[in-house]
Every structure is written in C-alpha cells, then in structure tokens.
Design a protein around this ligand. Structure first.
Ligand code: FNR
Length: 382
C-alpha cells in the first residue's frame, strides 16, 4: 500500500516495479561471464523453461464479498521462528561477482526487510562477516555444500562456525555434487569458483581448517596460490560423489537445530527424507541449472506435499519471479518460498538498495495478490 501511495504522487521509483524487466535490465548491464553464470542454465534450458511455464498452467481464482477489512496476514512460523512473510532468500554463491559488496549487501537488505537469508557455502564473503552484516536481529540459515566424507573435518569446521555466527537452520544441497552441464559458462571458459583472483576473498578460504591443511600441503598461505586453493576447494565440494542416506546421520549428530534437504524432485526422495527424520525439504531443481530434461519444480510440488506435507516443512524454489508465483506455490502446499535469481538481478541493478527493492516489491505484490483473491493469510493451503 505504501508503494502504491508513493506511485500515485508521481514519485518515480529508482528501480522498476515490473518484475519481468529485472532480468533483461540486469543482463544488459553484466559482463558476458557474469550473465552466463546467473542467467545460464543446464543444457538446452529445458528444465529452466519448464519451471517458468509451469506457473502459467495454474490460475488464481478469486473469491468475492469475503468481508475482509484488513490486508492478509503474511506472518508465518518456521521451526519456531516467526517470519514476517512466507519467503526467504535462496542461497546463491559468489555474490561479489555481481557487486563488490556481494553477500554483505544481501545480508543487510534481508535484515532490513525481515526476510531470512540462506547463506551459501560457496559465498565470496566469510560466514562471520555475513553474519555481522545481517546483525543481531537478522534471521539467517546456513546452506551446506557437503564436503566428501574424507573431509569431515572441514564439514565440522563449517558447521561450528555457522552455529557460532547465529545461523539457526541447516540447508543441505543434494543436487550439486558436481556442477551441471552449463554451456554458457563453458563457452565463456568461465568457472566462477576458479576465479579466486577476480573476487579476492573466495569461497572457503577463510576456513581455518582448510587454510591449515593447505599450508601443510603446499608450504604457503592460500593467498599465495589462489588458483590451486580454488581447485582444491572445488574438489572438496563438487567431487562427483553423492552422499548416501546413511551419511545424513553424521549431520544429524553434529548439527544442533533443524535440517532441511534441498533439491528434492521426487516423491520417493521426499519419503526417504521423512524416514530420515529431518525437519524439512526444499522442492527445487536449482533453477534448472543442474539437470536438463527434468520436470518443472512447481509441477512436482503438489505430489510431494501430498506425500510428506503433514510430516515435513516444505520449502519451494525454481522459477519464482513475482508475487502471483509465490501465491501459487503457497496454494500448492509450500510452507515457504525461496527467491533466487530476482534478488541477484536486484544486486546487479542497485546493490543493497536493489535487493531491498526486489524483496519489498515481491512481498508487496504477494500481499495485494492475496488480498484481491480474497485470501486472508499467507498460509493459503492450511
Ligand atoms: C544458485 N543456487 C544455489 N543453491 C545452493 O544451494 N547453493 C548455491 O551456492 C547456489 N548458487 C547459485 C548461484 C546462482 C547464480 C543461481 C542462479 C542459483 C540455486 C538457488 O538456491 C535456487 O535453487 C535457484 O536460484 C532457484 O531458481 P530460480 O528461482 O533462480 O530460477
């Protein structure tokens, strides 16, 4: 409503409210490498295209004469934490590619808009610096790219640092034990994880266990052999070997808090997660960046909710671009919707202010959308 009233006073916004134009505007401003990395998807983009198309297959049917006198209540509760709205920021790596303030800008905007920030293991800012920027009141969750089991010492270091820095929930990404077939990056000869020199402090280089091991092996600090360090870090995280169901117990033993498994696309896997006793899942295909020729994430959501929605907290992402998309995912059973590429485009277009604008717009549009549909709260499906 605030946004609307401003607009009616002929105050033009700094960034457009038209969410479909964030992507082309940001793409026009980026280098071909950065654009290829964020906009690029796996293979022929089939999964990515399906993600978007799936939203058009569903329509919101409004109810009239509902008698509601107030705007919908968007607050919700996830693992005992109160959220101002049923959205969170999806983990996205190496954000300093897009703006020198990278993760710090996102952490600040997230705190300002009271949106939880899922911070990526592949970040270009340390866990501690991101937490500091997110502040005492910020809600933050940690996303783990899970090192192979011979690197359990690094996993434990990451988990304990995250816990100490105030990250409450652990998101474990299961679909990226190797990077997808991404022609845009390959054509550019670009692997952002290897461009340590470009982004300065990169990835896990602030991790004391990794640093110690590196020094022992090479006799020098990480900074003196950035390329080698980046290659080793890549090997630890994206080594091509999938963990097993049994391995999850290790995380359950060493993480004191809720665990959410990210990248679920089948009912069978969702049921397996339920049997493991984890607290939640993210129905996600990584924005179509990992597996080409897959299903749309929205298409599989209702089946998965039907199978495990009573036992697990179900997060959703992949293809969400506007308030109506969020409403549809909630209506199909998601408890919380993760915002991916749109906030990265906000970061490109306006740094912290751009991310702030994108988050505010999406929540504002969601609120109006639900109100116009005659729905009194963000918990549509309950
Ligand atoms: C991602 N995603 C991701 N996921 C994750 O668990 N850890 C990560 O480090 C990253 N990094 C990353 C980088 C970039 C550039 C993108 C676009 C995405 C996936 C992300 O969390 C989310 O699943 C998707 O972004 C959702 O798809 P849309 O909405 O962006 O299409």
């Amino acid at each position: 409503l605030q946004i609307y009233q401003k607009g009616l006073n002929y105050e033009r916004p700094h960034l457009t409210f038209q969410s479909t134009s964030w992507e082309p505007q940001a793409c026009a401003r980026m280098s071909s490498e950065s654009k290829g990395y964020v906009y690029g998807s796996a293979g022929t983009r089939e999964t990515d295209d399906k993600n978007r198309a799936a939203f058009k297959r569903y329509s919101l049917v409004p109810r009239r004469l509902t008698g509601h006198k107030t705007f919908p209540d968007l607050t919700t509760s996830i693992f005992g934490e109160k959220l101002q709205s049923p959205i969170a920021i999806a983990p996205v790596g190496v954000l300093r590619i897009f703006n020198p303030d990278g993760e710090v800008a996102v952490a600040k905007a997230a705190a300002k808009q009271s949106v939880p920030y899922i911070f990526s293991t592949a970040s270009s800012t340390s866990i501690e610096d991101a937490a500091h920027a997110n502040g005492a009141d910020g809600q933050r969750w940690y996303q783990l790219y899970w090192p192979s089991r011979e690197n359990d010492n690094i996993t434990l270091s990451l988990l304990s640092r995250a816990k100490k820095a105030g990250f409450t929930t652990l998101f474990v990404t299961l679909d990226t034990y190797l990077l997808g077939w991404r022609p845009s990056d390959m054509d550019n000869g670009y692997n952002p994880f290897m461009r340590a020199d470009q982004i300065g402090v990169a990835l896990g280089f602030s991790d004391p266990v990794f640093r110690g091991q590196f020094k022992e092996r090479h006799g020098v600090e990480v900074e003196e052999k950035m390329g080698t360090a980046a290659a080793e870090w890549m090997k630890i995280m994206f080594n091509g070997f999938s963990h097993s169901l049994d391995d999850v117990k290790f995380l359950q033993e060493h993480w004191d808090g809720p665990i959410v498994l990210k990248g679920i696309q089948s009912v069978a896997d969702a049921k397996a997660c339920k049997d493991l006793g984890v607290q939640g899942i993210v129905v996600s295909n990584h924005g179509g960046r990992q597996q080409d020729g897959g299903n749309s994430s929205l298409g599989v959501l209702p089946y998965i909710v039907d199978a495990v929605g009573d036992a697990l907290t179900v997060f959703f992402d992949s293809g969400v671009r506007c308030g109506a998309d969020i409403a549809k995912a909630l209506a199909l059973g998601a408890d919380c919707v993760l915002i991916g590429r749109p906030y990265v485009y906000g970061l490109v277009l306006g740094g912290e202010g751009g991310v702030d604008h994108v988050l505010k717009s999406l929540v504002g549009e969601l609120e109006l959308t639900l109100h116009l549909a005659g729905i009194p709260s963000g918990s549509i499906h309950k």
